[in-house]
Design a protein around this ligand. Structure first.
Ligand SMILES: CC(C)(COP(=O)(O)OP(=O)(O)OC[C@H]1O[C@@H](n2cnc3c(N)ncnc32)[C@H](O)[C@@H]1OP(=O)(O)O)[C@@H](O)C(=O)NCCC(=O)NCCS
Length: 184
């Protein structure tokens, strides 16, 4: 089945759509990520060698499904990036975010200039964020470890479970057997 979504970089004209989606989804986002409905202009200014953002849109109605930041990009011998993401109502929980992230991961591993030419991607998730843990595993990311007090979110340093994937593992085996830990 072709994906129900498509991805592209954000642009200035997305500001209103973005703001409405974030406001509509505030209760769903707030426990895990700071909510900034007017944050798109700043995000656009920060795009560069260390940060690339992709917006996920629904193919049928062009509604904003989600946003994925590929952050902390390091080149040279590491070629690594960290994925951060939010899905928006009414698309959250419909599988579209998973489909969009698959497109983003493919783009990250594709060679430059079409892709970002990365070799490794990380996803860091708070241990209580069950939907995000499920998403990382569904994508085939491996559980690599636990990082205490890793990120400052909602006024405290939060522990994170660390997942990762290298280009050799993409796309994952259909069985999803590449997830090495059932404990998380
Ligand atoms: C984490 C987050 C991005 C997950 O996104 P999501 O919208 O749940 O992602 P998806 O819709 O792709 O997830 C698939 C879910 O849809 C369900 N689903 C419904 N219809 C589906 C379909 N046709 N195909 C696949 N899955 C479908 C799946 O069963 C799954 O639910 P489950 O996790 O309960 O098993 C989202 O919950 C979110 O934005 N949370 C707040 C911010 C956040 O936590 N960000 C991440 C910080 S690390």
């Amino acid at each position: 089945m072709p994906p129900r979504v498509y991805i592209r970089p954000p642009q200035a004209t997305d500001a209103r759509l973005y703001s409405e989606a974030v406001v509509r989804s505030a209760d769903h986002l707030r426990p895990w990520n700071p909510v900034e409905p007017d944050g798109l202009p700043d995000l656009l200014r920060r795009q560069g060698p260390t940060l690339r953002t992709f917006m996920i849109f629904d193919r049928e109605d062009d509604g904003l499904v989600g946003r994925v930041n590929v952050a902390n990009i390091v080149r040279a011998r590491f070629r690594n990036g960290a994925l951060g993401y939010d899905s928006y109502l009414p698309y959250a929980g419909t599988g579209r975010m998973t489909e969009g992230l698959r497109l983003v991961v493919t783009r990250c591993f594709a060679p430059v200039p079409e892709g970002l030419g990365l070799h490794r991607l990380e996803i860091n998730v708070q241990p209580e964020n069950s939907r995000s843990l499920a998403l990382a595993k569904r994508l085939g990311f491996r559980h690599e470890g636990f990082s205490p007090r890793m990120l400052y979110l909602n006024d405290a340093w939060r522990d994170h479970e660390r997942f990762a994937l290298t280009a050799e593992e993409w796309p994952p085996a259909p069985s999803g057997t590449s997830v090495t830990s059932d404990a998380v």
